[in-house]
Ligand binder design. Structure first.
Ligand code: NAD
Length: 367
């Protein structure tokens, strides 16, 4: 059995294939062989979409094969730059037709936050795996709809949590889980940058669904969860605005927030669009500590503990992410830190609680 499992894995077969009778598995082999590489279409050819596309050039398991865009001139540029055929190019009106395209396995949604839910659900209904950028949606209710739609369609829903595959982050998490820091009772997360152009979608409530919290603060929420290895049970939050013109109703500039965990651990965090170089995680336990700065930028990430620096080669985050996501989708691999829709949903539940706490001025319990 072990030999067969290794053989199937080398052939790029999924765990789904493992449940088929061996003869059927062999029949599916050629088809599956084509899938050894995850063939990806990017939706939204903006700044992060371009970064992911460039990173995928060096990916061993994922290949950019298609685009979905509302801007024909961008499609022309991408076709030439990445060798994308006409038949794999779509716009926002016709991309449901991707269901008839056997040469695309997954669509990576890299558009403004408010579009993630409707676009991801359309992708799922077209029978393609969904990779969606963070925040997965505008709130937990939307997130649940996405999880349900992908489940109903039998496709994966993965969220672009690139830090979950970053080597130094993984080493800190490994040490925390191994008890190297003792009982970890405190996390400090700082996430921020100064936002520029006041006309950009990130400062438009309709498209962003909030402000710094939806964009950068979510890294501290997510980081607290993976660094402590547990889920918060309560949240308190306070909002501060120094620029009422730039940060309109519903668009937060700065939020301080705190989370409490079942073990008794607490997290204190800051999310802001008003300070640069704010990118730091600190974890303290009864036996030691870990510190990361920068902790979630594009890297290289720097990390050290009470025992000294953590050394690991810097690899472009999005290259590793796409390789690992291909292994999840094609081989049924389980990542050390989850990146599925349920994981994205957990962050959105906390985002909802943070906004509720600001509105009510009260501590919000998380069920
Ligand atoms: P961007 O503005 O550079 O690109 C957005 C793209 O969406 C553009 O190509 C734009 O044309 C397209 N688009 C489609 N419909 C649109 C509409 N109605 N309004 C505005 N633009 C529309 O933004 P970005 O920085 O690439 O961010 C896109 C997503 O990626 C966001 O959800 C963001 O949170 C996420 N992101 C993630 C990371 C990360 O490290 N994981 C980094 C940056 C951005």
């Amino acid at each position: 059995m072990e030999t067969r499992r290794i053989f199937l894995k080398r052939a790029g077969l999924s765990t789904l294939a493992l449940s088929l009778p061996f003869t059927e598995t062999l029949a599916a082999m050629d088809f599956q062989n084509d899938h050894k590489v995850l063939r990806v279409a990017i939706m939204g050819l903006g700044s992060y979409g371009s970064r992911v596309a460039d990173a995928m050039i060096n990916s061993k398991r994922a290949k950019l094969v298609g685009v979905i865009s509302g801007t024909p001139s961008k499609v022309e540029t991408w076709k030439k730059k990445y060798g994308i055929p006409d038949k794999n190019c779509y716009n926002y009106e016709n991309f449901d037709e991707i269901k008839n395209n056997p040469d695309i396995d997954a669509v990576y949604v890299i558009t403004p936050n408010a579009l993630h839910k409707p676009q991801s659900i359309r992708v799922a209904k077209a029978g393609k795996h969904v990779i969606c950028e963070k925040p997965m949606a505008l709130n937990a209710a939307e997130g649940r709809e996405m999880v349900a739609a992908c489940k109903a369609a039998g496709v994966h829903l993965l969220v672009g949590y690139r830090m979950h595959f970053e080597a130094k982050t993984q080493e800190v998490v490994r040490q925390q889980r191994a008890g190297e820091f003792g009982k970890t009772l405190f996390f400090h997360g700082l996430s921020g940058f100064i936002i520029g152009d006041p006309t950009q979608w990130r400062l438009n409530y309709e498209l962003a669904g909030g402000g710094s919290m939806m964009d950068i603060g979510i890294y501290s929420i997510n980081g607290a969860r993976y660094m402590l290895g547990e889920e918060p049970i309560w949240v308190t939050a306070q909002e501060v605005k120094t620029d009422l013109v730039k940060f309109k109703e519903g668009v937060d500039e700065t939020i301080a927030f705190q989370m409490g965990f079942p073990s008794g651990a607490v997290a204190t965090c800051l999310s802001t669009y008003a300070l640069n170089n704010l990118d730091k995680f600190f974890l303290n336990g009864t036996k030691g500590f870990a510190e990361m700065q920068p902790s979630t930028g594009y890297g290289p990430i720097k990390a050290w503990t009470n025992k000294g620096p953590i050394e690991a080669e810097h690899v472009t985050h999005q290259t590793t992410q796409m390789d690992e996501m291909a292994a999840i989708i094609l081989d049924g691999e389980k990542p050390m830190i989850p990146v599925d829709g349920e994981e994205g949903l957990k962050d959105l539940v906390i985002v909802d609680a943070i906004y509720k706490s600001i509105k009510t001025g009260e501590k919000v319990m998380i069920a």
